[in-house]
Design a protein around this ligand. Structure first.
Ligand code: HEM
Length: 414
């Protein structure tokens, strides 16, 4: 038995499906935020957390709402069928025992965060800025002018991938392999486990284990060396833990940042007045990026499982119940962002209050880096914006987890 008289879901509501997101999910989210903010979705068998305040509340209570029993909507069905819902079971097989930070609970999770945090402070990310700018400029210089190109492939994909390659100590000549592995990791993150992904994961694991060994023997001034060096109260990460963490970075930091850059550019095309304002006042860029994060919500949702019976917003959540944290809804919550929450406003005073990076215990470690990459990329793009044109229909990524694009034809001024 669940909470008292939950309302039935709005017509067409199915946040576990691609089609729901390919249509317009906002009216259904807005209805739920108003009428049944913590909604039991019978069709999927999970709670839908649609309000900003509740996403934060659940995020800051990892002992009541855990990650170790699953974090993805596609796992709900696996769990209900009695299967093993953990997405990293494949990775765990490869690595024998090292778990993935995203699916850890306290106290194990606190230990892990302490051991990796040094590599992810805004200062550490800041050290990467000159290299990020160099990569952004090279990427831009390689794009032909005056003809139609796919913005996603040409400008949104390369930067995050090359920055992670850099962090992981992957030399240039290995970038083509790395690209293939990255794409496979993204498929795995979306729950696709087939022979191809299994083989790729094995290769990637062996490759990263070699990079780790290399850096243990000869540390450098890079993120991987920082991870290996960090010691807290005599405790260090094992090689297997470091490799697992590096693999997690590939899933967590690659496609997300790509989708922020692609989705952010789309917002600028759709809002020419805001784009013109940004060109005139480039100092608004950091806030514009927060507004992009809010409206794009590159990660649409993440889940938690209740560890005990909990009362929340007049509902009784039972031990073992799944909750989907619907970031895309929370980021348009009128109670926080006002009645124009759907509008792209680069001067929105509280844009930064979005929960696009999650909230609480598992708050995104890569947030400073993602912000930096987006800022540098758009700084380089700004001078071109006035002459840049959208040259055809945009093709969305088919995913219920990631809000992304696969195609956005553009022409850069000659
Ligand atoms: C726009 C880009 C990004 C978005 C929208 C994003 C979003 C998120 C979200 C929503 C979470 C929380 C998951 C949860 O609550 O269970 C998360 C966690 C995480 N992100 Fe990001 N992310 C981005 C970029 C990055 C980058 C660039 C990296 C690193 C290279 C990264 C590394 C991580 C890691 C390691 C975690 C797990 C933290 C933990 O479990 O304690 N992310 N991210």
């Amino acid at each position: 038995m669940h909470a008292a008289a939950p309302m039935s879901s709005p017509a067409g509501f199915a946040p576990e499906t691609v089609d729901f997101y390919l249509g317009d999910p906002d009216p259904a989210f807005a209805t739920l935020r108003r009428q049944d903010p913590l909604h039991w979705y019978e069709g999927g068998g999970f709670w839908c957390v649609t309000k900003h305040a509740d996403v934060k509340e659940v995020g800051r209570r990892p002992r009541d709402f855990c990650s170790s029993r699953g974090t993805q909507i596609f796992q709900v069905a696996l769990d209900r069928e009695g299967g093993d819902p953990r997405p990293d079971r494949l990775l765990q097989t490869a690595l024998a025992s090292a778990p993935n930070i995203i699916m850890m609970d306290p106290p194990q999770h606190n230990r892990m965060r302490k051991l990796v945090i040094d590599a992810f402070t805004p200062r550490s990310a800041g050290h990467l800025e000159p290299r990020i700018r160099e990569i952004a400029r090279e990427t831009l210089a390689a794009v032909p002018r005056g003809e139609v190109v796919n913005f996603v492939d040409a400008l949104a994909v390369p930067l995050p991938m090359l920055v992670i390659a850099e962090m992981l100590g992957v030399p240039r000549e290995d970038h083509p392999h790395f690209r293939r592995w990255s794409d496979q990791m993204i498929r795995t993150g979306a729950g696709i486990f087939d022979d191809e992904s299994q083989q790729s994961l094995g290769e990637l694991f062996a490759y990263l284990a070699e990079r780790v060994k290399e850096r243990r023997d000869a540390p450098r001034d890079d993120v991987l060396s920082t991870l290996l060096r960090t010691e807290v109260d005599g405790d260090r990460l094992s090689d297997a833990e470091v490799v697992m963490f590096l693999m997690t970075l590939l899933v967590a930091g690659n496609e997300t940042t790509r989708n922020l850059i692609g989705g952010g550019m789309k917002l600028l095309f759709e809002n020419p007045d805001q784009s013109a304002e940004l060109v005139a006042e480039p100092e608004r860029l950091p806030n514009a990026i927060e507004e992009m994060l809010r409206l794009v919500s590159p990660v649409r949702n993440f889940c938690r499982v209740a560890t005990r019976d909990v009362e929340l917003r007049d509902r009784t959540i039972r031990e073992g119940d799944w909750l989907a944290l619907l970031y895309a809804s929370a980021n348009r919550d009128e109670e926080v962002f006002g009645e124009d929450s759907h509008a792209f406003r680069i001067d929105r005073p509280n844009a930064r209050q979005h929960v696009a990076f999650g909230f609480g215990e598992h708050l995104c470690l890569g947030a400073p880096l993602a912000r930096l990459e987006a800022r540098v990329m758009f700084e380089e793009l700004l001078p071109l914006l006035p002459g840049m044109e959208l040259a055809g229909p945009v093709e969305p990524l088919r995913s219920s987890l990631m809000n992304g694009l696969v195609g956005m034809p553009v022409v850069l001024p000659a």
